[in-house]
Write a protein that binds this ligand. Structure first.
Ligand code: UD1
Length: 419
């Protein structure tokens, strides 16, 4: 299993380009199942989760032609697509559940494995199932599979999500595109990735309108041939902003619209970073002394993303003074804490709040990755640690960050992938 060796502390300086968004690409790729005509998706990140989704589409019968750099995929669906998604494919990526909505909407049946739990919590799919049921899907759970069907087309209705869910909002929007009549979704997630999905669908002839957290969809009979370029990854951009703030960096982040991470930029300015934003780039300089923030709380967009929580915790470890971080989206997303403690961090957890002492002098150590964002937080911590750190199980990082070691090397991090 590959691991990273990082020799810290490192100075961060230079330019970095942000790749396409993984979390926008996944629902967009799943939505291509709705199409009879070819679809071209550009700016895909070259990460493992995207390969998993492309393999899932292939297993369902889609023909996929990848460009040389593998960032563009032309997807052509067969007349008779399969509707079965096996455990072996779904278990490696929870996002696979996003094929349920399009399969039921277009082909009126699907057998798909239940994704199961993961390290950051139980992560059920009940909101997905309840919403699709309201649109006319019938289902039973048997032997770890969702057996779903509908009597012909789904039928538009009003759905009020009991809790904001990114995946359930996406699955329902995709399914409603080809439903009969009007669907009104209330209390939707409004993450930029979801807006990217609806921009893509509208470009293809879908009729989707937003007003705050309400999404109205008028069903259409079919979608048109389209080319679409996926938005840039706001979590990758946020991670590099945190890296520069953490390591007294001087970084230019290219290929990214700073407006999407307004909340994060505001927070980092409070911490002491000097940030200049223009249309498609960010210039960021880290402070000599990082200011502690008393209370940080993750929230749905436009709040602080849970996917940046672990990285911000590393930043608060190096801040002057005490701070706290409350994780309000997932029940068990503090897996990185025990690893940061191995580097010398002083963090206490009570329920879903971590209290961080600050002023930490990290000393390099051997570390274990647990999930995607926890792993990148360990990388950041190793960058500002004294001495060598080894980060094991970096396959978690390969799921969502495109060539992260190359990007980090380019900006001054002494990092090596060991096979
Ligand atoms: C997506 C993102 C993930 C991000 C998360 C929150 C993708 C591929 N993944 O995950 O990176 O961390 O949003 O911003 O885009 N829940 C239920 N029942 C459901 C669905 C969700 O109880 O049917 C709960 C979850 O356990 C969690 C909360 O709702 O506590 C929010 O989850 P959700 O927004 O659905 O996250 P994902 O779509 O899985």
């Amino acid at each position: 299993m590959d691991k990273f060796l990082i020799n810290g502390p490192c100075k961060i300086k230079g330019n970095v380009s942000i790749s396409g968004s993984k979390n926008a690409s996944l629902p967009i790729l799943a939505a291509t199942l709705l199409f009879d005509k070819p679809v071209v998706i550009k700016n895909l990140p070259r990460v493992r989760d995207i390969n998993t989704m492309l393999n899932l589409l292939k297993s369902l019968g889609s023909k996929i032609i990848l460009s040389r750099d593998k960032k563009t995929a032309k997807i052509i669906n067969k007349k008779n697509m399969k509707t079965f998604a096996s455990y072996s494919l779904v278990k490696t990526m929870r996002g696979s559940i996003l094929v349920l909505g399009p399969l039921i909407s277009k082909y009126h049946k699907s057998k798909i494995s239940l994704p199961g739990g993961c390290l950051i919590g139980a992560r059920p799919v009940n909101y997905h199932l309840t919403a699709l049921k309201k649109l006319g899907m019938k289902y039973e759970l048997k032997d770890g599979y969702i057996l779903a069907k509908s009597k012909g087309k789904l039928v538009g209705t009003t759905i009020n999500f009991p809790k904001i869910s990114v995946g359930a909002t996406e699955n329902s929007i995709i399914a409603a595109c080809l439903a009969k009549g009007k669907t009104v979704l209330k209390n939707c997630a409004i993450e930029p990735e979801i807006k990217d999905l609806t921009n893509f669908l509208n470009k293809s002839g879908a009729k989707i309108k937003w007003k705050g957290r309400v999404c109205k969809i008028i069903g259409v009979n079919s979608l048109n041939e389209t080319e679409y370029s996926v938005m840039a990854d706001r979590i990758e951009a946020g991670t590099f902003c945190v890296a520069a703030t953490l390591a007294k960096g001087n970084l230019q982040i290219n290929n990214f619209n700073p407006k999407i991470i307004g909340t994060e930029i505001k927070l980092l300015k409070k911490v002491g970073a000097k940030i200049k934003s223009s249309e498609n780039k960010i210039l960021i300089k880290g402070p000599e002394k990082i200011k502690a923030i008393k209370s940080i709380k993750t929230k749905e967009f436009p709040g602080i993303p849970t996917d940046l929580q672990a990285q911000l915790m590393v930043l608060m470890c190096k801040a002057v003074g005490k701070s706290s971080i409350t994780e309000s989206i997932f029940e068990n997303r503090f897996m990185h804490v025990a690893e940061l403690q191995r580097l010398g961090a002083k963090i206490n957890i009570k329920n879903n709040t971590a209290t961080i002492e600050g002023n930490t002098k990290f000393i390099g150590a051997e570390l274990m990755s647990s999930d995607l964002r926890a792993s990148v937080a360990l990388v950041l911590a190793a960058v500002v640690s004294t001495g060598k750190s080894y980060i094991n199980r970096i396959y978690h990082l390969d799921r969502g960050y495109e060539k992260i070691e190359n990007k980090l090397k380019k900006i001054g991090v002494k990092i090596k992938r060991l096979k």
